[in-house]
Design a binder for this molecule. Structure first.
Ligand code: FEO
Length: 169
């Protein structure tokens, strides 16, 4: 059985994951508007992964006999200054999510809630992967600057993203 504190914290995290999905969908629309369909595809998949994250937490709460209390999800921004700006915001957002996951792990350890701690390890690993892939995109965008041929090459590459094996499982 989950403690009330842990249940509340995970319910909060469900909102964060849903907000992440919402923000990446908004970024996907932003990239579609720019005609950068590869980036739009990448962000759309990223958004879908976030919804999967929310559902992992949701299922876990139910499995452990906790109560789901869904919260209001904020509206995300709908414009960014540049593709680089959008990816820098993505990196900042993922770093924030990582710190939230770490807080949950600390709470599980404090409560000696081993099941929740083990469950959270998947997210710890996932955050390493997410920060790395977003960081790589930021580096590439910095390298090519604001436009031109380099941007279209990265767009093409981003368009080849498939759902990660871990997510598909
Ligand atoms: Fe669900 Fe991107 O962290």
């Amino acid at each position: 059985m989950l403690s009330e504190t842990m249940t509340n914290a995970i319910n909060d995290q469900i909102k964060w994951e849903l907000y992440s999905g919402y923000m990446y969908l908004s970024m996907s629309a932003y990239f579609s508007d720019l005609g950068l369909n590869g980036f739009a595809h990448w962000m759309r998949l990223q958004g879908q992964e976030e919804l999967e994250h929310a559902m992992k937490f949701y299922d876990f709460v139910l499995e452990r006999g906790g109560k789901i209390t869904l919260q209001a999800v904020d509206a995300p921004p709908n414009a960014w200054q540049s593709p680089l700006d959008a990816f820098e915001e993505t990196l900042k957002h993922e770093q924030l999510v990582t710190s939230r996951i770490n807080d949950l792990v600390n709470m599980a350890i404090d409560e000696r809630d081993h099941a929740t701690n083990i469950f959270l390890q998947w997210f710890v690993t996932e955050q390493v992967e997410e920060e790395a892939s977003v960081g790589e995109a930021v580096d590439k965008l910095k390298l090519v600057g604001e436009g031109g041929e380099g941007l279209f090459m990265i767009d093409k590459e981003m368009g080849m993203r498939t759902m990660s094996a871990a997510e598909a499982a």
